[in-house]
Design a protein around this ligand. Sequence first.
Ligand code: CMP
Length: 143
Amino acid sequence: MEKTFLMVKPDGVQRNLIGEIVSRFETKGFNLVGAKLMLITQELAEQHYGEHKERPFFGELVEFITSGPVFAMVWEGENVIATARQMMGATNPKDAAAATIRGDFAVTVGKNIIHGSDSSESAEREIGLFFNKEELVDYSKLM
Ligand code: CMP
């Protein structure tokens, strides 16, 4: 079953949006298979956002993502990678449709509430950066 990495960023945690965001993915029908509230180290931030290293906003991005706790999650379900991206809305909240997470709760691109993997390769890489295998639930073995 497909998995994706989603993370409520420091602005979302500070604004008490964890419950609202988890609820949207739960009610959609996806399964939460791993989650933790954590502080991201400088090293992890630089690895996670490595593809943006040459961008002018890289320093700002790393500073922001390490500025407070994030809520890191792994979700599972059919087409969860693409569907979660749709539910999050466009990266820049000014382009995000209403009823998407960024459309409803964010204004600026730097503080856009949530991160989600953009491909199966990214999902695998990002899940591996944030979680050990033992931290993920395998429901197929429980049901
Ligand atoms: P995210 O999906 O976490 O992936 C990379 C992040 O870079 C993106 O969300 C934005 O929050 C951030 N970002 C993109 N463009 C800019 C920008 N011009 N200034 C600051 N942050 C940006």
